[in-house]
Design a protein around this ligand. Structure first.
Ligand SMILES: O=C(O)C(=O)C[C@]1(C(=O)O)C=C[C@@H](O)C=C1
Length: 364
């Protein structure tokens, strides 16, 4: 994609890009005090929700357009840039009137290609950075699709925000990070700046530093973090907002990592380890190929004896024992579970092919 880097967005921004501010703009006083305190901590780009898409009705849905003049006032007073979420062409039109600098598309909008297309169409010919949050569900293609729709509409100042994914089973995070998905996006489109939103992933402020650091370790290009002058009395997302002082402290302690290894000694040490990893990966694949030959053989016996491919009792046993074996080898049992789910899916596929070989009736 033909994308402009953050430094070329003509907003005087630097990398890593840190955006912070309240979940919602509530009152002129709350906004002014929060922005003043954040500017004091060195924040140059403020976020603030104006229209809030909420899961349930009767939750606070943002103060709406009347927040826009308040934003204009703090922008002028503190010389900051301001980012807000837009979810419809009307929001775009209203926000542009008040000189908003950056738009973001929320996770609930990204899931809907109709909404995405409508907003993208309303931005044709308009030169403004647009950041696209991942869809609520763990679907990389949907995220990519949204980025493509904005790119086709002519937006070159495009970025992505990883805010985690809905997951009913996750007891720790409000939205599971599922790092493989944003890393997948980075692999497809290394040119698209990728920010992490630890506030929405964590849902509680004590977990934020760890997720923020992981993101920087994984070479994310910046962070969007919620910060409020009085989080406990915030009208939305009270548990996950940081006071500006804590946010400043966090930004000062985070370590940014270098992408490339420019020390020759370290480079040669890494090369050596990578050669060994190559060897081990080759062995791994040879072992997997041996397992798959055995599975194919079992499939042929099943076919001969008219036995079903899926054997629940045996599979339950495999699925129980492998995580235990993994743990004994100091491997993460959840990793073993994921791995054997994948392996079993492939076994079923292989044996179904065996069953169906030369057995499909010819339809003319
Ligand atoms: O044990 C079998 O019946 C197999 O074919 C092997 C295997 C496996 O991959 O481990 C594959 C499919 C069955 O559902 C259970 C187990």
């Amino acid at each position: 994609m033909d994308i402009l880097s953050v430094e070329n967005w003509d907003l005087g921004l630097e990398m890593p890009l840190y955006i912070a501010g309240p979940c919602s703009v509530e009152t002129p006083g709350q906004l002014d005090q929060t922005v003043a305190a954040l500017v004091n901590e060195g924040v140059k780009v403020i976020r603030g929700g104006v229209w809030k898409p909420r899961t349930r009705p009767n939750s606070f849905e943002g103060v709406g357009s009347k927040a826009l003049p308040w934003i204009k006032e703090v922008k002028d007073k503190y010389k900051v840039k301001f980012a807000i979420e837009v979810a419809s062409p009307i929001h775009v039109e209203e926000a542009l009137k008040f000189g908003i600098d950056i738009f973001w598309i929320g996770a609930r909008s990204t899931v809907n290609p109709f909404t995405v297309q409508e907003i993208a169409n309303s931005l044709k010919g308009i030169d403004i950075p647009v950041l696209i949050k991942n869809p609520v569900n763990a679907d990389l293609a949907l995220w990519i699709g949204a980025l493509e729709r904005f790119h086709h509409a002519g937006i070159k100042k495009l970025g992505a925000i990883h805010r985690g994914f809905s997951n009913f089973n996750d007891k720790t995070y409000r939205n599971s990070p599922m790092w493989q998905i944003p890393l997948g996006l980075k692999t497809y489109f290394p040119e698209i700046p990728l920010l992490n939103d630890p506030s929405h992933i964590c849902g509680r402020r004590d977990l934020i530093p760890q997720i923020a650091q992981t993101a920087l370790d994984l070479n994310f290009d910046g962070l969007m973090i919620e910060s409020h002058i009085d989080p406990d009395n915030a009208w939305s997302d009270a548990a996950q907002q940081l006071i500006p002082l804590d946010l400043g402290q966090l930004l000062r302690t985070l370590k940014t990592r270098k992408v490339d290894v420019d020390n020759p000694l370290l480079q040669s040490q890494l090369d050596l380890i990578r050669e060994q990893i190559d060897d081990v990966d080759r062995e791994l694949l040879e072992i997997l190929s041996r397992r798959m030959s055995l599975v194919e053989k079992a499939g042929e016996y099943k076919k001969l004896n008219n036995v079903a491919v899926f054997q629940m009792e045996r599979w339950k046993k495999v699925f129980e024992t492998r995580p235990e074996w993994a743990e004994a080898l100091r491997l993460n049992p959840d990793f073993a579970r994921d791995l054997f789910q994948l392996i079993h899916t492939e076994s079923i596929k292989k044996q179904t092919e065996v069953q169906e070989r030369n057995e499909q009736p010819k339809i003319r």
